[in-house]
Design a protein around this ligand. Structure first.
Ligand SMILES: Cc1cc2nc3c(=O)[nH]c(=O)nc-3n(C[C@H](O)[C@H](O)[C@H](O)COP(=O)(O)OP(=O)(O)OC[C@H]3O[C@@H](n4cnc5c(N)ncnc54)[C@H](O)[C@@H]3O)c2cc1C
Length: 434
């Protein structure tokens, strides 16, 4: 197999391997292992040295994740804390906020979810209607969020709420680190076609958040939210390397912290409420393996699509290396995310084509999975159907494909924006969705 370690990462990988030999022990609890990993700087290696990181580049960060996985140790706490909340707090938080939140993110002590989307505000996120009203040193929050991934296992949420309806919509939003485990927060799981309940509806009724949990200052939430979205798009896009997600779920709710770290090594997913394992990262080799086993590897159309898949993944990886080398590529994050949507669609079509009729059978739980494997003799079938059923997701979350194209058109190519009066009219005077 080709060594994909970027040049310059060799020393980092050597140091990390030596560190893993000295520190990894599968008999530690998840809490103990993540404490060691997080405080060593290897859980968030791209963060600043003074805030639990090592100041490494994105490419080196990806090499770190891969090295931990290949070594056979449990990866850093996955989920939205490390991917989104942490980098946003590093960028916009005060020192007091960094002290309060970052350690628990790198050690997985508390899990996060993203309370952005609402029934009437998805692509038009700045049209959100959840209200936060100041009450002394606190804000009182009322409203409804939806599609909240991992909301049922989160301790904290990145909450966007409207704090001033009398100014244009982008100017009256604030961004809070919000306590999910309080009265007034009702989390209701939504089951999707994979059989999982990855996301939730979250109803907020007179919930409270302290003023000192507001990131970036009152009514400056749109700027902070864009930082989160930027990390989401580039992290989830092709070549972004967001593959490290550990099978154990961070935070106090699910109870994984007190279990043995070694028990999570062979698991593909963190199950209900956890994110599906990023099978995309290894899908290419899975599909080649499957094509060989099913006698389809000689089919020229299968070979052509495998080559296309490889080319798309490599373009993502090279783009990331160019960015690492200092190239200024406007819209790179948006293009990476569009490319990931394309890759997942291709994996779905190809995987189901190789599987043939077996692709109609999906396992919704471990018992189903065992039965399916016993009946078909094909352990990869369930992975392929899971990937196929989840494949529409990435072209929707973090901004749909259409929204990415709009951003590229308007902000990168300089095309005229859709005409509207959103930027000048007070939010309360705008026509509302749904
Ligand atoms: C798997 C998954 C996980 C998610 N997790 C989270 C989460 O944790 N937290 C969270 O806050 N949200 C989450 N989301 C929600 C996600 O961000 C929204 O679904 C997304 O922003 C789209 O919003 P919407 O569903 O309201 O669709 P809409 O905005 O109603 O869009 C409907 C359709 O219209 C198109 N459209 C809308 N506006 C335009 C336009 N101006 N130009 C062209 N086309 C347009 C869209 O592309 C789409 O095809 C998740 C979604 C998925 C699928």
């Amino acid at each position: 197999m080709t060594d994909t370690t970027p040049r310059g990462s060799t020393d980092v990988v050597t140091d990390l391997k030596a560190w893993l030999v000295a520190n990894w022990d599968p008999n530690l609890t998840v809490r103990e292992w993540w404490e060691i990993l997080g405080t060593s700087g290897w859980a968030a290696p791209t963060w600043p040295v003074e805030w639990y990181g090592k100041g490494l580049s994105r490419a080196e960060g990806v090499a770190v994740q891969r090295t931990i996985r290949e070594f056979g140790a449990l990866g850093a706490p996955g989920g939205l804390g490390l991917l989104l909340a942490g980098p946003t707090i590093v960028t916009h938080g005060t020192d007091a906020q960094k002290e309060r939140y970052l350690r628990d993110i790198v050690t997985g002590a508390r899990g996060w979810c993203q309370l952005f989307s609402e029934p009437g505000a998805g692509s038009d996120l700045a049209g959100l209607g959840t209200r936060a009203v100041k009450d002394g040193d606190e804000w009182i929050v009322n409203g409804q969020k939806v599609w909240t991934s991992g909301g049922q296992v989160a301790d904290l949420g990145m909450l966007l709420a409207r704090t001033d309806p009398d100014v244009p919509k982008h100017q009256g939003i604030s961004y809070f680190a919000f306590d999910m485990l309080q009265p007034g927060v009702d989390v209701r799981p939504l089951r999707e076609m994979t059989g999982r309940a990855l996301f939730n509806e979250v109803f907020l009724t007179d919930a409270r958040v302290p003023d000192d949990a507001c990131l970036g200052g009152a009514n400056n939430g749109w700027t902070v939210a864009n930082t989160t979205l930027m990390f989401e798009r580039s992290g989830l896009g092709a070549g972004g390397g967001a593959e490290s997600g550990s099978a154990a779920t961070p935070g106090t709710v699910r109870g994984d912290l007190d279990r043995r770290a070694g028990d999570f090594l062979d698991r593909r997913t963190s199950g209900e409420g956890g994110a599906p394992a990023n099978v995309a990262a290894s899908a290419e080799s899975l599909l080649v393996q499957l094509a060989r086993k099913m006698g389809k590897v000689g089919d020229p159309t299968v070979r052509q699509d495998l080559a296309r898949l490889h080319a798309l993944s490599e373009i993502g990886r090279y783009t990331m290396l160019r960015l690492k080398g200092g190239a200024d590529i406007p819209g790179a994050g948006n293009m990476a995310k569009l490319s990931m949507s394309e890759i997942l669609r291709l994996q779905r079509e190809l995987g189901l084509r190789i599987l043939g009729p077996l692709g109609a059978l999906h396992a919704y739980n471990q018992a189903d999975s065992d039965a399916l494997e016993a009946a078909t003799g094909e352990p990869l079938a369930g992975i392929i159907t899971e990937m196929a059923l989840f494949s529409p997701g990435p072209s929707i979350y973090g901004g749909t494909d259409q929204v990415q194209r709009n951003i590229i058109g308007e902000r990168v190519l300089g095309l005229p924006k859709e005409p509207n009066n959103d930027r000048v009219t007070a939010f309360r005077d705008l026509p509302k969705n749904g």
